[in-house]
Design a protein around this ligand. Structure first.
Ligand code: GLC
Length: 554
């Protein structure tokens, strides 16, 4: 483990200064030819992550699941789905990761279970079941319909009628994902045991799915409607036409994580929440203060190429919480940033420029599998779409584009599987595979590795004070971190940085373009982030980059 990353010896948590990597288990590596990724396959590929220079691996849910939401509908929290392996495969995966110096973060799904979980099967047997109150039940509205106007993230109402008992149950996602009742102490106690089960197996942390959703308004009030969605078939359009003040982000949700924090602390494990809120103030409530160690800021993965808005969002979150955010622009829930940012070489260039910026912030920058290849979304025939968002909502593409198999090698199956992948997609060409890029010296895989190496070699990039300098341009950010200077020029023009004397030297640039230097200044290419080492220290007022000029495109 590099010095940049915390260790028990120093008393600094392991995630301090670390870089994470998300494995979408179904699509990462298949060892047995059934077309579904598994832990044995993933274990055999861990050396790639170590080579790349990441510190921690987050594995998406591998627990037994009927798979309506591809693993995010868990039917047993203490086992491994046979399609992904066995508990001993998990132990072997974890041991190999640790041997390679990688921390293991498992994805816990506490907001909802599968409808096939034993608790729900018992709960729906009768209104008097001991498990009834594990879930959220409600009588129909006086008109006979759902009890309130809450909608599912995946389209349709957030309530389904259980015909047998005549009551509705709540589900913020699919009807096959009933929401747990976190106001029930028994549910809290169950999850204490589930966390302990994995902690005792040696996991280093949890990514907490829908961490902002666990508690709901006890009165189940209607959410205020803020606009009318254009089409009822557009799940996100409908979802975002409401202010989610009663179904998400209740003030007392954070108390659950205070309890979890006390539980995980003796193990030195980290709690990293998926807190899908855009408001940095609401986000920050979950982080620190004995609650979560970190939380994903998920506004950037929703955004297209809007440089000013991207920088504004990142800076807004960073200002509020400089050292504990988990930063990502890609994950398994969104179209890949290369595609969102314009596709092809241009999208790849922009994606690395933004990844470079977030890799120079405190907290935990995360890469998503394949991001290091600079690739866009996979190509899938409309009939092969498998994401419930796509299959439930007419015309929606859903999230499959980011979930196509990890391209390891050229050729059929791309080295992901010897069989037929669960999600059929066009094979990737040679230059979009890990093996293919290895022999191309300036391929993205080497740039990403150099970027992570830069963060590791310069611990100041991941810790300590960070001052955002005034650039005079909404499409540029210049951050001074100790002796490091990070210049993110997301504009379409060159930008001249006045460096003064002595000159500063670039230690990493996200683009290969020449960077003309003149006495006392350096020109940073468009859509490029450059990391400089400077002779100046943070504790002095002097420093380079007092002045930034954007120029007309050359
Ligand atoms: C999270 C997961 C997503 C899943 C949803 C419901 O947002 O990242 O993949 O569908 O929760 O569990």
């Amino acid at each position: 483990m590099a010095d940049a990353v915390g260790s028990p010896q120093t008393g600094i948590p392991w995630w301090h200064g670390a870089v994470g990597y998300e494995i979408y288990i179904r699509s990462f590596a298949d060892s047995d030819g059934d077309g579904i990724g598994d832990l044995v396959g993933a274990r055999a590929r861990l050396a790639h992550l170590a080579w790349l220079g990441v510190d921690a691996v987050w594995v998406t849910p591998f627990f037994p699941s009927p798979g309506f939401d591809h693993g995010y509908d868990v039917s047993d929290y203490r086992d491994v789905d046979p399609r992904h392996g066995t508990l001993s495969d998990f132990d072997a995966f974890s041991a190999t990761a640790h041997d390679l110096g990688l921390k293991v973060v498992v994805d816990i799904v506490p907001n909802h279970t599968s409808h096939l979980h034993r608790w729900f099967a018992e709960a729906r047997k009768s209104r008097d079941s001991a498990f009834r109150d594990y879930y959220l039940w409600h009588d129909p509205a006086p008109t006979g319909g759902p009890p309130n106007n809450w909608v599912s993230h995946f389209g349709g109402p957030a309530w389904t009628l259980d015909e047998a008992s005549g009551q509705y149950y709540c589900h913020l996602f699919l009807p096959q994902q009933p929401d747990l009742n976190w106001r029930n102490e028994d549910v809290r106690a169950e999850f204490d045991e589930i966390l302990r089960f994995w902690l005792d197996r040696g996991v280093d942390g949890f990514r907490i799915d829908v961490a902002h959703g666990l508690l709901k308004d006890p009165l189940f009030r209607d959410n205020p409607r803020i606009r009318v969605a254009d089409s009822a078939a557009d799940n996100w359009g409908v979802f975002f036409s409401f202010e989610h003040c009663y179904d998400l982000d209740q003030d007392d949700t954070v108390d659950i994580y205070r309890r979890w924090h006390r539980l995980v602390e003796p193990y030195g494990a980290a709690l990293i929440g998926e807190v899908a809120l855009d408001d940095p103030v609401r986000m920050a409530r979950y982080i620190g203060g004995g609650a979560l160690d970190s939380a994903f800021f998920l506004q950037p993965p929703w955004m297209g190429w809007e440089p000013a808005a991207l920088l504004d969002a990142i800076r807004g979150m960073h200002d509020r919480e400089p050292n504990r955010v988990s930063w990502a622009i890609d994950n398994h829930d969104h179209s890949r940033s290369v595609t969102r940012f314009g596709g092809g070489a241009r999208g790849a260039r922009r994606s690395l420029a933004v990844t470079t910026l977030i890799s120079c912030l405190g907290g935990i920058p995360f890469l998503y599998q394949g991001q290091e290849l600079g690739i866009g979304d996979g190509t899938i025939a409309p009939d092969d779409l498998a994401d419930p968002i796509a299959t439930r909502n007419e015309g929606a593409l859903g999230r499959d584009g980011a979930r196509t198999p990890m391209p390891w090698e050229p050729g059929p199956g791309n080295g992901f599987t010897a069989g037929t992948p669960w999600l059929r997609a066009d094979d990737r060409p040679h230059a979009e595979t890990v093996a293919g890029q290895m022999s191309i010296p300036d391929a993205p895989i080497h740039q990403y590795r150099a970027l992570l190496g830069t963060r590791r070699a310069h611990p100041e990039l991941g810790a300590g004070p960070a001052a955002w300098l005034d650039t005079g341009s909404a499409e540029m950010a210049v951050i001074r971190r100790g002796s490091m200077l990070v210049v993110a020029n997301l504009s379409a023009d060159y930008a001249t940085i006045t460096t003064g004397s002595p000159p500063i030297s670039p230690v990493f640039s996200s683009a290969k373009d020449p960077m003309p230097t003149a006495a006392g200044s350096v020109r940073v290419p468009p859509e490029t982030t450059v990391v400089f080492a400077t002779p100046h220290r943070a504790d002095t007022q002097e420093g380079p980059a007092h002045l930034v000029d954007t120029e007309t495109r050359v």
